[in-house]
Write a protein that binds this ligand. Structure first.
Ligand SMILES: Nc1nc2c(ncn2[C@@H]2O[C@H](COP(=O)(O)OP(=O)(O)OP(=O)(O)O)[C@@H](O)[C@H]2O)c(=O)[nH]1
Ligand SMILES: [Mg+2]
Length: 205
């Protein structure tokens, strides 16, 4: 049962487990990004007709693991990333999938201005279903399509403020090395660990 053991081994391995959503317009490159930074057994699972079942349920779940020092203590963190399709057909399902998320990565794409303008929509959907959790905002820098000055201004001055000062990352999903691509997860992970500081480090009672 390789798929079950994949998840069941997590509690023994990580000190902390957090759920995040990967959100954004359809076709911005969420699954492309997810496959490069997360491990998931589900990507390979097909139904009888040879179609990936994640295409039919609108989500893939995977794991990103990291270790770092936090306040002079070693911490191991497993981020369970829910890569959700942006397709409208899955709107109702996505609301459910967003519930209990501890954070999110919102993805836009440099050659699709609309996907940058829509970042608000995704922050809204997230906040409605998971509360005001930390967000990392990622722009997929497609080769030959630099982020326009107007879009950069829009991101830096409006989207950032709207999403509680979310960090912004400009990354070429096809060309960047995995370590560079992982930066949003590393930074978000540290924020999430900071958020659960009380339960981790405080004396009980
Ligand atoms: N040229 C180019 N194509 C890309 C890039 N990133 C993604 N794509 C292509 O865009 C298409 C959609 O990418 P996905 O990663 O499936 O997009 P998604 O955001 O998961 O889309 P939904 O699941 O529909 O929400 C695929 O054909 C990718 O190969 C990129 O940086 N450059
Ligand atoms: Mg997808």
């Amino acid at each position: 049962m390789p798929y079950l053991s994949f998840f069941f081994q997590i509690p023994g391995m990580a000190d902390i487990i957090k759920k995040i959503g990967i959100l954004g317009d359809s076709g911005t490159g969420k699954n492309t990004y997810f496959k490069k930074v997360c491990k998931s057994p589900f990507d390979k699972v097909a139904n009888a007709n040879g179609r990936k079942f994640t295409d039919m349920i609108g989500v893939t779940v995977g794991k990103y693991e990291t270790e770092f020092e936090y306040r002079d203590e070693p911490v191991s963190l497993a981020i369970l990333a829910w890569d959700m399709t942006g397709q409208k057909e899955f709107n109702i399902f996505r609301q459910e999938y967003c519930k209990y998320a501890d954070g999110a990565i919102i993805v836009s794409r440099s050659d699709r201005t609309e996907s940058i303008k829509n970042a608000y929509k995704w922050v809204d959907e997230l906040y409605k279903n998971a509360g005001k959790v930390p967000v990392a905002f990622v722009v997929n820098k497609v080769a030959g399509h630099p982020v326009s000055a107007a879009n950069e201004w829009f991101i830096e001055n409006t989207v950032k403020e709207y999403s509680n000062n979310a960090e912004i990352y400009y990354l070429n999903f096809k060309r960047c090395k995995p370590k560079t691509l992982s930066k949003p997860l590393e930074d978000l992970g540290k924020l999430l660990v900071g958020g659960c500081e009380a339960s981790l480090w405080d004396e009980p009672g």
